[in-house]
Design a protein around this ligand. Structure first.
Ligand SMILES: [Ca+2]
Ligand SMILES: [Ca+2]
Ligand SMILES: [Ca+2]
Length: 660
């Protein structure tokens, strides 16, 4: 295409020429919103609002090629081509991906960028104005009004202590809505037992094209009827994400303008690798976020994960989904309680899923909550006890509403909703960006556990074995998402392996170490950690009595495996099982890693470690160097301080100075 060569030309334009061009451009578009022809004056008489929407007129010899050109042009300049307008092959609606949805002055830079294409005849940035719903006076456009009957019960959205909870212990969603982020243009799929897409509080947001029924192999994921409403799970999860706002029905979704899709895949006698794989790779360019509130049996004695096809589907999803930005998989950490460990659940423990634990409305964990070091963050499930209104209020089967949704099942869709808000703020976020944002903006808030206290890792990030990096904070996340620069490329370093048989003492601890340079000097050097995996092969006379801890060179201790009293396996053990920790996020992995394996049971047992492989994942460049500091005490400030120090150290090294 001839247009492809103008990139080089643009770079060589002198500043003077650019200025002339800008003036020409401005006088050319007499209807350029808010600018009087030939002058930079913006009308002062009445305040104008400029949106991030642009009308672009394309004229070319072959009108049929206009659409391709529009796509190309949009992608090149950070816009989303939202398609042809009013059936005119020359007229396209572009929305800028990062520009504010409301600004006081027009965005000349973007207009100019588009106008540089010879095929573009006219560019108009659309003004915003109000339209009031008749019968509703003094409505602030876009603001949620609280007209849904269950809204007062949705303490996870706005905790005012209504169900005996702690005020302020919520997802801080409303502040994100007030900034204009409601999940617009984002599609969330609920992989579950179906979705009541006729529900009056869901049908307007339902996306039939992103939905499918893999249990019955048809395009209609409607839940199968049972007398006890067993198949209400998916519908309840969907309502948390995408219930319509202010329609007087049930409650409001965390991302109430998002599209919701149903992937029915849990309602058949047996799960198969094909059904899981097909579900997780369904419409990867249409679905942004997949929410899963299921996994291997939470009986505290299962060690299981995705099989071959499903694993391939997940890897494909994060690498190719969302047109290369990566599908976002959100996972409930599990309902197995203190006797289970979500690191034995290969879906939750995967680096490619964001696994979410839940807290209850007083900041503690529920009895069914499962903990593990791979959990990234937390949202909310039900409140303490049987108190009325303390459950999660959401939609239910057959047009009904419920106040009783619960479990970590309830937690994953809430996270999916918050991530939909983040994608609304910035459509260019990759799957890793979403994880970084989660780490940086989640907060301990009022979350507390007597046994597992909050700790600070080697770069000052607060983490907790139960809650990960804390409870999601929608406002903080959209704010940071808006100006976020995609993190640098990710590398994978095989840091070391111990391949020798060691007995695990029945009355002591087996301690092993790996010294690593984290592939320093190689192409795959990892300097700033994301996920760390320990692939362990261990045989034991009672698998459930094993406990495993791993300590980073900074001294950050991750509990890779807690005791599981119900797991009496004596034959399978762990075979190259990928235990994962997120707790060392941001740390420099060079140095000595320690592994401690012990047997803690009622009776003496025997065990042997046969292999420990340490795998590091992360970046070579500092991931947050381009971000704007948002307050001195923020987590970003803490981890940046280290990056800056590193930068100075690096400069010193480069200049040949010695330092201790
Ligand atoms: Ca069906
Ligand atoms: Ca509603
Ligand atoms: Ca489990």
């Amino acid at each position: 295409m001839a247009d492809n060569c103008y990139a080089g030309q643009t770079r060589s334009f002198s500043r003077a020429l650019s200025y002339i061009l800008l003036l020409t451009l401005m006088s050319w578009d007499t209807d350029l919103a808010g600018i009087r022809t030939g002058s930079l004056l913006v009308s002062a008489a009445k305040k104008r609002v400029y949106t991030n929407d642009f009308l672009v007129t394309i004229k070319s010899a072959e009108p049929s090629s206009n659409h391709d050109h529009a796509d190309w042009l949009a992608a090149r300049h950070g816009f989303e081509n939202r398609g042809m307008v009013v059936g005119d092959e020359g007229l396209y609606h572009f929305r800028h991906r990062t520009l504010d949805s409301a600004s006081e002055s027009p965005s000349l830079r973007y207009i100019w960028n588009l106008r540089l294409s010879p095929k573009v005849q006219k560019v108009r940035q659309l003004e915003g104005y109000g339209r009031l719903k008749r019968g509703h006076n003094k409505v602030k456009v876009g603001a949620y009004q609280g007209l849904d009957p269950l809204y007062p019960y949705q303490w996870y959205i706005n905790n005012t202590a209504q169900a005996g909870g702690k005020p302020g212990l919520d997802l801080n969603v409303q502040a994100a809505w007030n900034m204009g982020y409601t999940g617009k243009g984002v599609t969330v799929a609920i992989m579950d037992d179906g979705l009541d897409y006729l529900h009056p509080d869901l049908r307007d947001n339902y996306s039939p094209e992103a939905s499918y029924d893999f249990s019955s192999n048809d395009p209609y994921p409607y839940p199968r009827y049972t007398f006890n409403w067993f198949n209400s799970h998916g519908t309840r999860c969907a309502g948390e994400v995408s219930s319509v706002a202010d329609n007087g029905i049930c409650g409001v979704g965390v991302a109430y303008d998002s599209k919701i899709a149903g992937i029915r895949m849990l309602d058949q006698p047996f799960m198969t690798d094909v059904i899981e794989a097909a579900s997780m790779s369904f419409k990867p360019n249409l679905i942004d976020i997949y929410s899963a509130s299921w996994g291997p049996t939470d009986d505290g004695k299962t060690v299981d994960g995705p099989r071959q096809l499903t694993l391939r589907a997940i890897v494909n999803g994060v690498n190719k989904g969302r047109n290369g930005l990566g599908s976002i998989y959100v996972w409930a950490s599990g309902d197995g309680g203190a006797d289970d460990d979500c690191n034995c659940d290969g879906y939750a423990a995967s680096m490619w899923t964001i696994s979410v634990n839940s807290a209850i409305n007083d900041g503690e964990t529920a009895l069914y909550d499962e903990s593990c070091s791979s959990t990234l963050a937390s949202t909310f499930s039900n409140g303490r006890g049987q108190r009325a209104g303390s459950g999660v209020a959401t939609t239910d089967l057959y047009g009904q509403c419920t106040l009783r949704h619960s479990g970590t099942s309830a937690a994953a869709p809430e996270a999916a909703g918050v991530f939909a808000l983040a994608l609304d703020a910035n459509k260019n976020l990759t799957w890793r960006d979403v994880q970084h944002l989660t780490v940086l903006t989640s907060t301990p808030n009022l979350l507390h556990d007597d046994l597992h206290r909050w700790q600070s890792n080697g770069v000052g990030l607060m983490f907790n074995h139960l809650f990960g990096f804390g409870v999601l904070n929608a406002q903080k996340m959209v704010k940071m998402a808006k100006t976020w620069t995609t993190v640098p490329p990710r590398f994978r370093c095989e840091a070391g392996v111990v391949e020798q048989m060691f007995d695990i003492p029945s009355d002591g601890v087996l301690e092993l170490t790996i010294d690593t340079d984290a592939c320093d000097g190689g192409n795959n050097h990892v300097r700033y950690l994301e996920h760390v995996q320990a692939f362990l092969t261990i045989a034991s006379s009672r698998r459930g009595d094993l406990t495993i801890n791993m300590t980073s060179p900074f001294g950050t201790d991750s509990i890779l495996l807690n005791r599981r009293p119900n797991d009496d396996d004596s034959s399978q053990g762990f075979r190259k099982w990928p235990f994962m920790t997120t707790h060392t996020w941001g740390e420099d992995p060079r140095g000595t890693w320690k592994l401690r394996v012990a047997l803690n049971g009622e009776f003496p047992q025997t065990g042997r470690l046969l292999r420990w492989g340490l795998l590091l994942h992360g970046t070579q460049q500092a991931p947050y160097i381009d971000e704007i500091l948002d307050g001195h005490n923020s987590k970003l400030a803490v981890s940046k301080k280290l990056e800056f120090a590193e930068g100075i150290l690096h400069d010193l090294e480069d200049s040949g100075s010695q330092h201790p």
